[in-house]
Ligand binder design. Sequence first.
Ligand SMILES: Cc1ncc(COP(=O)(O)O)c(C=O)c1O
Length: 408
Amino acid sequence: MNYRFANRMLGMQTSPLRENAKKNMEESEVISFAYGFPPTEAFPMETLQEISQKIYTEVDPQLLLQYGATEGYPVLRELIKERLATINHIENDEEVMVVSGSTQAMDVAVKVLCNEGDIVLCEEMTFSGAVNAIRGYGAVPQAVPMKIEEESIDLEVLEEMLRMDIHHRIKMLYLIPTFQNPLGTSIPLEKRQAIYDIAQKYDVVIFEDDPYGDLLYEGDPIPKIKEMDTDGRVIYAGSFSKILAPSTRLGFVMAPDELLEKLILAKQVSDSHSNFYWQVMLAEFMQHYNFEAHVDFLKALYKENLTAMMDGLDRLPSEKISYIKPTGGYFICCKLTDTIDMKKFYQYLEEDKVVVIPGNIMSVKGAGYDHYIRLNFTKPTVEEIITGIERLGKAVDKADMKEIYRAS
Ligand SMILES: Cc1ncc(COP(=O)(O)O)c(C=O)c1O
């Protein structure tokens, strides 16, 4: 059969991250900093077992197993709204829809807002799932240059891009403002406000993707852009993948009524609704168990890992490998000095059985970040982190052309 695939598939790529993850699962002796995964001990097995038993005996099967509302289980939607108000200080009269992972929130947002050829502005390095969602509808992801040291996008260029957009092809600005993937950085408050003001000036929607926001390990939380939203221009998406379990495929999206109605419609044709078994499980967890204690447990667990990784990196020569310290989330992004031969670096890492994500994989253009690597610190153990970072240091030394010239 000669399959004639639609043009929209041309720009979509299988995630090298997921392929990498599959490979790593098969090789148990590999130390992987590649996954954006939680470790096994992050899953609250006993609590989930207890809730599962309870809901099968106590909850009406018509709720648990029947078709349900596209926008989600009303009790869960209310609990998410309450949690947003109390924990994230997002308090407004907007509703939330439960989605199948925050990836779906982005998918339906692009579906609803973008025609083919429209533009979605993204941070230069960003989550590949979002880029695929954009391309999947024939829209075009366009990179806004970053000022990594300032933990932000370049606001002057952002404004210039919007000012030059005389045909109004830019429909949305996709941002991961808190504990960015892959950078681990967080846009400072005053820049968040400036971004919001620019978006308002040029009348563009902001999609605030926030799957890591709850995982704050140090300092005070920075207010969400959604908190500043006075005219319903911010679509805010959250996820339970990182604070409960990715396989639940539960996330949520908050938007003004007019927009949410369209997002609900777009989801309806996609998967009718998200899994009700897990929606009821989560609602029960949030209502009758101590969900926040579980999130606190995760924060303590990951803080230890982050500290071990930063300690290890701080022992390496900073002129060869540098990074911005994250205060939360899942990732550290390192910049290796230009004299490092990256091909050799990856070869040495592979020989030593350490896996990292190359920066260009996370680059919207697929280029420009070849001396950057993303390291995940939540999945490996502290011991693996210590050994893995030592090996990384050796690979950096061995692949540094400056050292090689000096020796010869
Ligand atoms: C920035 C960002 N958004 C969304 C997701 C996907 O989250 P979910 O599992 O809720 O679809 C990820 C996961 O890795 C991510 O890094």
